[in-house]
Design a protein around this ligand. Structure first.
Ligand code: NAD
Length: 491
């Protein structure tokens, strides 16, 4: 029977009681303190959060050694047994939603209702991925022989996670790695280390020591993992620049890599849309999480016949969005997550005056960030196509809207980027929408929706938005080696 979600003493490591006041690395089934500690900052008030460990090379070596030992037996369990444990773990996370959500808002800044949604979605992804099937594939079967492809686990996976969705992005990796029989070491971002450590702590109730570990540290830790010869795969989500460094380092030992990187998603709005319904949706997909989403809408191309009305409807909606501390009810936008990101986004605001850009709404920076890293949602009306705002990923609440009239031209402009993560087309003419959608160079293309993700469906980037995919069956396969077995029926 699967362990109970709420019974703290009913797991593999029964004495492990989860609490949310102290934070340790999780190595070989134990909470492992480090001699040096550091802390994250609550971005809504710049107060220091609780101390967290700074993992050393020895901690990495210990975790890898424990994972290697654990892999011997974990990889031989049946997929059914592993599924049961991941499903039970998902239920346990769901049962702890309130505690995780509060912790997430405190470390990441997003409104508590959005943090709650992230934790619930994470449990849903754990559960949904755990229920996927990864059967052997029969390639040939006749009197003489049977040939099958098996999907065998890789060994030790290091999961490197960013700070924008620290729970959700970690959980996709956890479910895929563990279901396929690998051991996993989670490395949260130094900006948001808290929930990642607690995810692993909670995991100790369900998985044998060494199967599910977590290491938190400073900027040295990521490179220690990508260089470690005992690690077989890096599942990385973060910026394109870091992704390239990860791939370079992983190449030294030919580690498998999955890279989920940056995006510059276009939304193409056709003239047949219902403006009153569509404009608020697109504004929401642009400013949710204060624009800090890999698949946020980052460029909006609006058909010339409806441009003014659509812009005005977006502006009207943006004016209703409230901003403030995520712990205060009713806020839609929290702060930017950290000072580094705040400075990056500020530079896009500085371009407004420099380039004489037209502000449709917002456009001013706060006098100071003494109260937290808040920046108001801003729409720039028809900036130059080669402006930084149209070309680069601000990863913050500033959005360019642009006008189009010719279908070929707008497709070219939408594809004129090194990124290729997501894209959407909005139209009541489904033939038109599908025709445009199929020409867009992106890993996920939505019609009349955006960022509509599901644990059953693969997610990944084209071009410099990534390599490989996570989630769905193809996501699972990325945590395995393909093995072709030739079974000759007679000697
Ligand atoms: P980042 O690249 O700065 O950091 C991501 C993670 O990598 C962190 O855990 C960090 O500590 C670690 N890291 C940093 N340098 C490293 C190195 N040399 N070797 C190994 N690890 C290293 O990214 P971020 O600022 O945390 O996240 C924002 C970016 O992530 C944006 O570009 C966003 O679009 C992208 N992102 C992509 C997806 C996706 O699924 N495609 C999802 C979320 C975010």
């Amino acid at each position: 029977m699967a362990p109970s979600a709420t019974n703290e003493s009913n797991g593999t490591n029964g004495t492990f009681k989860i609490q949310f006041e102290t934070f340790s690395n999780i190595v070989n089934g134990k909470a492992t303190p480090t001699s040096k500690t550091r802390h994250g900052i609550n971005p809504a008030n710049k107060k220091a959060n609780i101390e967290v460990p700074v993992a050393t090379q020895k901690d990495v070596d210990d975790a890898v050694a424990a994972a290697k030992v654990a892999f011997q037996s974990w990889s031989r369990t049946s997929i059914g047994e592993r599924r049961e444990k991941v499903v039970a773990y998902a239920a346990a996370l769901k049962a702890h939603t309130a505690e995780f959500a509060k912790l997430l808002t405190t470390e990441q800044g997003k409104p508590l209702s959005h943090a709650t949604h992230e934790v619930e979605a994470s449990a849903h992804f754990l559960d949904g991925i755990a229920r996927l099937e990864l059967d052997d594939e029969v390639l040939e079967e006749n009197e003489d022989r049977k040939v099958i492809t098996r999907h065998t686990p890789l060994g030790v996976v290091a999961a490197i996670v960013p700070w924008n969705f620290p729970v959700h992005l970690a959980c996709g990796k956890i479910a895929s790695a563990l279901l396929t029989g690998n051991c996993i070491i989670i490395k949260p971002s130094p900006f948001t280390p808290y929930c990642g450590l607690k995810l692993a702590e909670l995991g100790q109730k369900f998985f044998p020591p060494g199967v599910f570990q977590a290491l938190s540290g400073d900027d040295n830790l990521g490179p220690m993992l990508t260089a470690h010869p005992g690690i077989d795969k890096i599942s990385f989500t973060g910026s394109t620049a870091t992704g390239k460094r990860v791939m370079e380092s992983a190449s030294k030992t030919l580690k498998r890599v999955t890279l989920e990187l940056g995006g510059k998603d276009p939304a193409i709005v056709c003239k047949s849309v219902n403006i009153a319904e569509t404009a608020p949706k697109i504004a929401t997909f642009s400013f949710l999480n204060s624009g800090q989403i890999c698949v946020a809408v980052k460029r909006v191309y609006i058909h010339k016949d409806i441009y003014d009305k659509f812009r005005d409807a977006m502006v009207a909606h943006v004016k209703t969005l409230t901003m403030g501390d995520g712990m205060e009810e009713g806020n839609f936008l929290g702060p930017l997550q950290n000072s580094m990101q705040y400075e990056i986004v500020k530079a896009f605001f500085n371009d407004i005056e420099k380039e004489g850009q037209k502000v449709a709404v917002g456009g001013t920076l706060p006098q100071s960030n003494a109260k937290g890293y808040f920046i108001e949602p801003t729409i720039i009306d028809s900036p130059k196509e080669d402006s930084r705002l149209v070309v680069e990923e601000p990863f913050g609440p500033i959005l360019p809207i642009l006008l189009w009239s010719d279908e070929e031209d707008v497709i070219d402009r939408a594809n004129n980027t090194t990124m290729g993560l997501g894209a959407s087309v909005w139209s009541n003419d489904l033939d038109e929408a599908e025709r445009i959608a199929k020409r867009l160079e992106a890993g996920s293309v939505w019609v009349n929706a955006h960022a509509d993700i599901d644990p059953r469906f693969p997610f990944g980037g084209h071009k410099q938005s990534g390599l490989g995919s996570e989630w769905g069956v193809s996501g699972l396969k990325a945590y395995t080696n393909s093995q072709t077995v030739y079974l000759k029926k007679r000697v």
